[in-house]
Write a protein that binds this ligand. Sequence first.
Ligand SMILES: Cc1cc2nc3c(=O)[nH]c(=O)nc-3n(C[C@H](O)[C@H](O)[C@H](O)COP(=O)(O)OP(=O)(O)OC[C@H]3O[C@@H](n4cnc5c(N)ncnc54)[C@H](O)[C@@H]3O)c2cc1C
Length: 460
Amino acid sequence: MDWPSSQDNGSFWFDSLPQAPNAKPPDRLPYQVDVAIIGGGYTGLWTAYYLKQHRPDLDIAVFEAVTVGFGASGRNGGWCMGLAWGIDGMLARPEQRQRGIELLKAMHDTVDEVGRVSQAENIDCHYAKGGTLNVATLPFRVQQLKEHVASLHALGFTDDDYRWLDESEARERLACTPNHGAAYSTHCAAIHPARLVRGLAETVRKQGVAIYEQCPVLDLEPRRVRTPHGMVKAGIVLRATEGYSDTLPSQRRQLLPIYSMMVATEPLPESVWDQIGLRRRETFGDGRRLVIYGQRTLDNRFAFGGRAGYYFGSKMKPVIDPAEPLLDRVEANLRGLFPVLKDYSVTHRWGGLMGTSTTWRPCVSFDQTRGIGMAGGYVGEGVAASNLAGRILADLVAGRKTDLTRLAWVNDTARRWVPEPLRWLGVKTIRAIATRADREEFTTGKASKFWGPLYARLIG
Ligand SMILES: Cc1cc2nc3c(=O)[nH]c(=O)nc-3n(C[C@H](O)[C@H](O)[C@H](O)COP(=O)(O)OP(=O)(O)OC[C@H]3O[C@@H](n4cnc5c(N)ncnc54)[C@H](O)[C@@H]3O)c2cc1C
């Protein structure tokens, strides 16, 4: 792919950084490092962070094609959430339930771990653990969500983790239209994503990790890293490229690049927030399949997003044109839920890539013999998950056998996606089914009996 010459990823988050990114290509690369990490997002940087804690003696280098946080880590919705893709599916299957519970507990702890490290390392990422609301915007979802909370309680979780909020309590927290009640989880923090990733880079630099920006790696290969600026020998090479993994020829079709799109409003006056809520900076979504997600930023903007599309041939757009029509739908969804925003403008429109494997759940793997490892496949839910994945990968590389290295993500490798045009047709079909199911539910107010279950079966 042609990496852009500009380092601006187009997001509100990059625009609101205290200092605009200004990376330079490396003058000179080292001859050799112990560990080379490809990708300067959360996964790469968390892995470097924990690896340096376990093995301060290791020479670690991160290679980033553009600038730290250029990818999803510097442009996401800022939900640091105690859940990850695939866990709900595991909880639903008796034979996988125990492993699902272990993962869910680990994800709960991870939200606190991100807060702990941010505080300990003075990373001012606007962390606010206000929890998250899954709002029933359709009446039939009330029963579904209540049952979901009850099923989590039956597994040993309590009101301190998940609870049902009736309509008045839910509206007090978030006055969207409509709101029939909400399932509330305490395990989510709102963050400023770009501040987290840039702060993390600063932290690992201070620990002695070298970060080479404007330095794309040409492939994932054992024992070496090739870049346009030269080659570096490496004992271990780790892939942390998520939605951009197709840029590495040996990794083609491992992770499907799917887009998520976001908008941010101008700062809104307190009088408007009095009508909307989110006083504790809770994040929120609703049960639709074409996922939506929102947060109130520290400077009182609405940051709101929705899952979007896939381009034929896994085409990767490094930056999304603000005029992209998919963004119109995201903005319309926001305005539809909050009519009070009619007099306020959207100041930023952007999008980015997330990575999805054929298992639709994250994976962390390490092959000691080849010295190659990787983590990713978060399907757009990687803010907290990348911290857990980074801790697991660091343990695997350091040869530590821990509770984390026994989690179900470890070596849960997926087969590759099918070649085109089947891949495009498959994704389009899944998306069409999701759209159909959502549309039917919003028009009839009833659960989709055919398209809904079909969608659930297809994505496991
Ligand atoms: C719009 C949007 C909203 C999202 N919202 C949320 C959310 O609210 N909550 C949540 O949990 N998740 C969310 N996600 C997903 C989350 O942001 C990602 O899962 C997470 O940031 C992945 O981190 P990463 O480090 O693995 O990948 P990335 O942050 O994408 O980092 C990969 C890096 O690798 C670099 N790179 C790629 N190829 C090469 C190469 N060949 N050589 C060198 N460098 C390379 C890229 O430039 C990039 O900086 C969202 C994603 C998007 C796009």
